[in-house]
Write a protein that binds this ligand. Structure first.
Ligand SMILES: *Cc1c(COP(=O)(O)O)cnc(C)c1O
Length: 363
């Protein structure tokens, strides 16, 4: 391992990556038009389908998650139709921006930051108007809200024409998500959040319905054209040069994720969340997210004690932890504690003990 200074990442992305996963990136490089690469691709594909709980394909993208935001939109929304975004935090708002940046007609159902969406809002919107797609952020990392995705997906089933596009960047492998059972057309995620991989690779499950829609859209762009990705996938390959080192790491990490088991992994995250909540409430902090919709992978702390988040982060850095100070317009008013990826309860206890030391220093 490198001998540079190691700060343990308690950020909601990028998260701490275990040494054996970092090590897996140092395999000798292989050419990507080789049998060795096709084997790697096929192996990874099998494991990704298990992690997404889908029998359909999962594309591997040499980009961060935002690339697949654009890809999902461009392959699902016809230029003369509309897309509906459910917004209530920094990431869901930015995804709607991406629609506009691509010249799409985007409507939004906006809730206050910290609130969740519900199925009824979506039902009413779909009764009023037709949309090619609905975009939902499963786990809004800026506010610590998990949306009731299964219920929202249930509403979409009544609307044949409307595809369900889901950002589960800080959800998948930490919070329950079932692509096929729930009927999700695109589920996209980045590597550096709940999957606990280094940044730079993204994954997206894509339904047959999306590929049928894509065939009706003339200008799908190039880099994220799903029909091109599909052509290559059928040959266990990618259209452009893939992030091979990150694929080695992903292959290894998915072994460990599947060995732990998705259900066990979801349960571990809920346990860490509950511990963080108990600790915060016992120390006179609040919880920013709406009750009943609090994320298993990240807690946005309502800074009711008015602590100086910069001083907190400096203190924690001295103890070897990189802490978040809140995101976007609620920075400082909130800060976030990530409990995602491969973090274990005993590591979380160390983090809370250091936070305790910070609070004692203030007293
Ligand atoms: C981090 C994050 C993104 C952006 O992902 P990148 O990999 O940085 O492009 C999108 N959505 C959510 C919910 C996120 O947490």
């Amino acid at each position: 391992m490198p001998d540079s200074v190691h700060q343990r990442l308690v950020l909601p992305g990028p998260v701490e990556v275990r040494p054996e996963i970092l090590q897996a990136q140092t395999e000798w490089m292989i050419g990507h038009r080789t049998a060795a690469f096709e084997e790697l691709f096929a192996r990874l594909q099998r494991k990704l389908r298990q992690a997404f709980l889908t029998d359909s394909r999962v594309y591997v993208s040499g980009s961060s998650g935002s690339g697949l935001w654009e890809g999902a939109l461009r392959n699902s929304v016809r230029p003369d139709r509309k897309v509906l975004h459910l917004t209530g935090g920094a990431f869901s708002e930015r995804w709607a921006q991406v629609s506009r940046a691509n010249g799409l007609h985007a409507d939004v159902i906006a809730v206050h930051w910290g609130r969740a969406h519900d199925a009824q809002m979506v039902r009413e919107a779909l009764q009023r108007e037709r949309f090619d797609a609905v975009c939902v952020v499963h786990n809004e990392t800026s506010t610590g809200v998990t949306n009731p995705l299964r219920d929202i997906a249930g509403v979409l089933r009544e609307h044949e024409e409307t595809l369900l596009l889901v950002d589960t960047v800080s959800g998948l492998a930490g919070a329950e998500l079932r692509v096929d059972d729930w009927g999700i057309d695109v589920a996209l995620t980045s590597s550096q959040k709940a999957l606990a991989l280094p940044p730079g690779i993204a994954f997206g499950s894509v339904s047959d319905r999306v590929l049928e829609r894509a065939a009706e859209i003339r200008n799908r762009g190039y880099y994220f054209d799903f029909l091109e990705l599909e052509k290559s996938l059928l040959e266990d390959n990618t259209p452009t040069t893939p992030p091979v080192a990150l694929m080695f790491a992903s292959d290894r990490q998915l072994d460990d994720i599947l060995a732990e088991g998705l259900a066990a992994r979801w349960a571990r995250h809920l346990e860490m969340r509950d511990r963080v909540h108990d600790w915060l409430l016992a120390h006179d902090f609040g919880l920013y997210a709406q009750a009943g919709h609090r994320s298993p992978t990240v807690t946005a702390v309502d800074n009711t004690r008015g602590i100086d988040v910069n001083a907190m982060a400096d203190f924690m850095a001295g103890r070897g932890f990189a802490m978040d100070k809140g995101y976007g317009k609620i920075r400082g008013q909130t800060f976030r504690i990530a409990h995602m990826g491969d973090m274990q309860l005993d590591e979380l206890e160390e983090i809370l003990a250091s936070l305790m030391a910070f609070l004692e220093m203030l007293a």
